[in-house]
Design a protein around this ligand. Structure first.
Ligand SMILES: [Zn+2]
Ligand SMILES: [Zn+2]
Length: 249
């Protein structure tokens, strides 16, 4: 059975209808029937090959909500259960980072839509330990962007550095393409620090989802049918969406 998806066949191209044969369902794997897939700025960077890491055909999509359609023999999820998937689709689960609950730092981690077919699709297969049960009170469309929430920031770094008080820390959570140019002066004089933060670990994603459910928090979204993915991407590129676009099936 092949999966239907939308793929970029080359950098900066509109997506086209695309079928692929899914890899075999391994013991820990889950197959998800996708209902919602948010468009993240990272998807646009991947389509455009801004990070020089894209592999074509490329099916974007890493903020996914759907229901469990099939499970491998060792997967703890149940068919029919509603789950979400974020940027990460697997890790080794044996290294020092995985054992410490920081699977997002695993050197052998795999990304949902880099080198694998992502969520702008009818179905997806991945390691079930990276699919998260969604609390019943969370709306699927509003929950999808919570699974990654990577927001790309393009800014004047010097201005931001200078707003920090001495010993202040500038923590990067977006991944703008290209090189960051920083003056040494503001770093030295105030002993300011620049650091980075990766995607959340599975434990942090679970905490985020239950916190959002408990307090009725969700992303503010617009929705569009998956078939209109190219028009939806154009609206994201033009910064017209208030505030996240979620593709629905
Ligand atoms: Zn690991
Ligand atoms: Zn994202």
């Amino acid at each position: 059975m092949s999966f239907h998806a939308f793929a970029a066949l080359a950098a900066k191209q509109p997506l086209v209808s695309y079928q692929y044969e899914p890899p075999p369902l391994r013991p820990q794997d889950v197959e998800i029937e996708i209902s919602h897939s948010a468009i993240c700025h990272s998807d646009l960077h991947l389509i455009d090959n801004d990070w020089s890491s894209s592999v074509y055909p490329l099916v974007p999509g890493h903020e996914i909500v759907g229901t469990v359609a099939a499970v491998g023999s060792e997967c703890r999820l149940t068919p029919g259960q509603r789950v979400g998937v974020g940027w990460q689709r697997s890790a080794c689960l044996q290294c020092e980072f995985c054992r410490a609950g920081e699977e997002n730092l695993c050197p052998r981690q795999e990304a949902t839509c880099v080198g694998h077919m992502g969520g702008f699709a009818q179905r997806i297969r991945l390691d079930g330990r990276f699919a998260f049960a969604l609390p019943a009170s969370l709306d699927s469309a509003a929950a999808a962007p919570l699974l990654c929430g990577g927001v790309t920031v393009r800014m004047d770094w010097i201005t931001y550095l200078l707003t920090l008080k001495p010993n202040g820390i500038l923590c990067l959570v977006g991944a703008p393409p290209g090189v960051m140019q920083i003056l040494a002066g503001p770093l030295l004089t105030g002993q300011r620090v620049i650091c980075g933060s990766d995607i959340g670990s599975p434990r942090m994603i679970r905490e985020t989802l239950s916190f959002a459910a408990e307090h009725g928090i969700g992303a503010q979204v617009e929705t569009a049918p998956l078939e209109e993915v190219n028009a939806a991407i154009q609206r994201v590129r033009a910064n017209q969406v208030r505030y996240r676009m979620v593709l629905t099936r």
